[in-house]
Design a binder for this molecule. Structure first.
Ligand SMILES: *Cc1c(COP(=O)(O)O)cnc(C)c1O
Ligand SMILES: [Zn+2]
Length: 441
């Protein structure tokens, strides 16, 4: 199932040029009303649109460090991130020839030391975790977040390395994914939810916890540190290819990675050295739970729950790449997924479990590295695009392999299990049952 549309009428592409005061590195500009804010807030007071960073350096100059810290100019942090973890880009030979493509580039986000990839929690969520934690370092708060797995691992890892306290709410189905390459530290608090809870229940409990004093909501898609961290996927690709790609393929659950790729492209256009055309977004969801695909197909900015995601728990249960299940994605919101698709002449795909599994196998066989199920969904969408002539043979294509290399990691490390520190039957339980008195006192 593919759906693509060229004109969305109500969207105007905006390249913001807010005024920066003094020598600040960046400010935040509302994608809805163009209001400008110099503090690190998550919301615009006049509307609900996403805020976007506006960096004083219009041309990015790479820092001489390994990992994502090299993109420091376009990350909303003041200290350079020194971890060697980062996105890597390489030109595919075997998958490219299988698909008959001449310029297929792979963004690999995981552990693959032979190619210089050192994301040890094995997904691009680590690109969100480091800048988010870095920003919190000086404020002294504890970070609260909900996760179905990969985000939890990424933030637990960043917490273990920095000592910043994190409270992570995980649905039971995510517990097997709770491991770390190093011994978990006391700064990591893992709260396991009951059997019948899914990721959205975790989000609701996290919202309640974050309202306590001393707790800071991580902010999800509203957190610019997360988005700009993920945006380094596009930046790394542009530097490697010496241009922006024509097409960007990614499997989405929330679509935050798609928004991030779009925003990074907007900055690269202003930079001027990487081309003037926005890469087309090709975003894929795993059937049967595909609320964004359904709304997009119907030409709607709004997701209508009864139509686009009837019986969500049942549908989510049927997904192979179940971490791609988000019941409240930033799709309709100003500056969100809908706008990103409109602005880039984007396409959405619905991928069946069998297609995802077969594509995952094909990729692993041809490229020689293990990948996560969502990455299989992305590969399947690329195969569909080739079959349906959505891309041309010579087009420059960026395929985001959002996670992989766990099997490769296990050859070098013995991962440690993160044990839950508390258990929450549902999202409405009294908070004192899940956090220590020290915090409530
Ligand atoms: C979170 C995640 C995705 C989906 O990313 P979004 O852009 O936030 O929807 C895809 N693949 C992997 C491995 C992930 O961890
Ligand atoms: Zn606004």
């Amino acid at each position: 199932m593919i759906y693509s549309r060229s004109a969305c009428g109500d969207h105007i592409l905006q390249l913001h040029s807010g005024i920066l005061s003094g020598d600040s590195k960046y400010n935040l500009v509302c994608t809805g009303c163009s209001g400008i804010y110099s503090d690190d807030r998550l919301k615009c007071p006049t509307d609900s649109a996403l805020l976007r960073t506006n960096y004083s350096n219009r041309q990015i100059i790479l820092k001489d460090v390994p990992g994502m810290g090299k993109f420091h100019d376009w990350l909303p942090v003041h200290e350079i991130i020194t971890s060697n973890a980062g996105s890597i880009t390489y030109k595919s030979i075997d998958l490219a020839s299988e698909l008959g493509l001449n310029n297929l580039y792979i963004s690999f986000n995981g552990y693959w030391p032979e190619r210089g990839a050192f994301i040890k929690t094995c997904s691009f969520k680590e690109l969100e975790a480091f800048p988010t934690i870095q920003r919190l370092k000086n404020s002294g708060g504890s970070l609260v977040l909900a996760s179905a797995g990969n985000t939890a691992r990424a933030f637990a890892h960043a917490s273990a390395l920095t000592g910043i306290e994190v409270y992570i709410i995980v649905p039971e189905s995510g517990i097997p994914r709770m491991w770390l390459p190093e011994e978990p530290s006391d700064s990591v608090h893992l709260i396991q939810m009951g059997k019948n809870c899914d990721y959205t229940d975790s989000i609701h409990l996290a919202e309640r916890l974050a309202s306590l004093p001393g707790m800071v909501a991580e902010g999800g898609a509203r957190n610019v540190a997360r988005r700009d961290g993920m945006g380094t996927v596009m930046l790394d690709a542009a530097f490697h290819m010496k241009r922006m790609p024509d097409h960007y393929f990614q499997a989405i659950g929330s679509g935050t990675g798609g928004i991030s790729a779009w925003e990074a492209s907007l900055r690269l256009i202003v930079d001027g050295r990487f081309g003037m055309r926005l890469p087309e977004l090709h975003l894929a969801q795993n059937l049967p739970f595909t609320p964004m695909l359904n709304a997009w197909k119907a030409g709607r900015r709004e997701i209508i729950k009864d139509i686009d995601m009837p019986d969500p728990k049942k549908l989510i249960h049927e997904m192979y790449a179940d971490i791609l299940s988000n019941r409240e994605p930033p799709y309709s919101i100003g500056g969100g997924v809908y706008d990103a698709l409109c602005s880039t002449d984007g396409t959405m795909y619905g991928i069946s479990n069998n297609e995802a599994k077969a594509s995952q196998k094909l990729f692993e066989h041809l490229e020689g590295i293990d990948i996560f199920p969502p990455a299989g969904v992305a590969v399947a969408s690329l195969i569909k695009a080739v079959e349906n002539r959505q891309v041309e043979v010579d087009d420059h294509i960026l395929l985001n392999i959002t996670g992989g290399g766990v099997k490769r990691l296990e050859m070098d490390y013995s991962p440690y299990k993160i044990e839950p520190t508390a258990y929450a039957e549902n999202a409405n339980i009294p908070l004192e049952e899940i956090i220590c008195e020290k915090v409530l006192a």
